[in-house]
Design a protein around this ligand. Sequence first.
Ligand code: PHE
Length: 338
Amino acid sequence: MLEVIEQLIKEVSQFSAESKEQVEQFRVEMLGKKGKITQLFKEFKNVAVEQKKEFGKQLNILKTTTQQQVDEFKTRLDNVENDGTSTDMSLPGNAEYAGSRHPLSIVLNEIVEIFKRLGFTISTGPEIEDDWHVFSALNFPEEHPARDMQDTFFIGNGSDVLLRTHTSSVQVRAMENKKPPIRIIMPGRVYRNEAVSARSHCFFHQVEGLYIDENVSFADLKQTLLYFAKEFYGHNTKIRLRPSYFPFTEPSAEMDVSCSLCSGKGCNVCKYTGWLEVLGCGMVDPNVLELNGIDNKKYTGFAFGMGIERTAMLRYGVKDIRMFFENDLRFLRQFQEI
Ligand code: PHE
């Protein structure tokens, strides 16, 4: 009997394993309910009294050695797994959703970057404004419809406090605070009292530009806008300027770009005209310069403004402006930049 134990001790000391399964198998074979060592312990009561001492000693040695071997190989194999040698490094990882920028931010950032390259700097102003900054200082006549409650959100009855209807109010604030040359780009949210539909919303975003210096001409405006159009809509883009009207610019124009989807051939996005209307612009009206304390004999300037939602809708083919404000992840995740 003692020999059996001694033999087992030898065997156990020489045990080695290459996998956790082998270690577990070994453990069950030795220490499990029906394992060899468990059996030997059961037989202990049948051992002759004078042999009991030696038998017990050897049996305990066998048990601890086995336990040590099991522990040793378990940790050894665990470490192998952890240092990566048993992991297939060529397997693709689990992709984490990294979040994405809002499509309006993507478009706005791109526009701002283009004008920054031309030396424009960003200027911002408050969304809650007064009549002077939104209308009067921009040469809006007293009876202009934009001053009507139906178009503008006023805060309080008969009050002078209102939500700005365009970012042109920031032009006024810039002229108050700076001397020419002024070369700024003004992004921001604006509000209009309009019914919410697929094409219009009661708030949206604009980005506006203003350049005032000596000898600024309509040719400078045209060249600046052509540069922007080529950078933003693609290098083959053509522009055209159509006469228009804004109280604060004279002359005023609407700029169209050749439709980038059909290269000007005509499609349903450009309504088969080959052109897309993208922004309003013009030379700063001399009255506006005077109202804002700038010498209109010495200085001239140009201004332009565009809607971010409209620009983003054209770029991404979004058919409903409300999608931008619903924060539906199925919509937003499509704009992930890799
Ligand atoms: N403020 C005008 C609008 O909201 C856009 C514009 C800005 C036009 C600057 C000309 C010059 O429609």
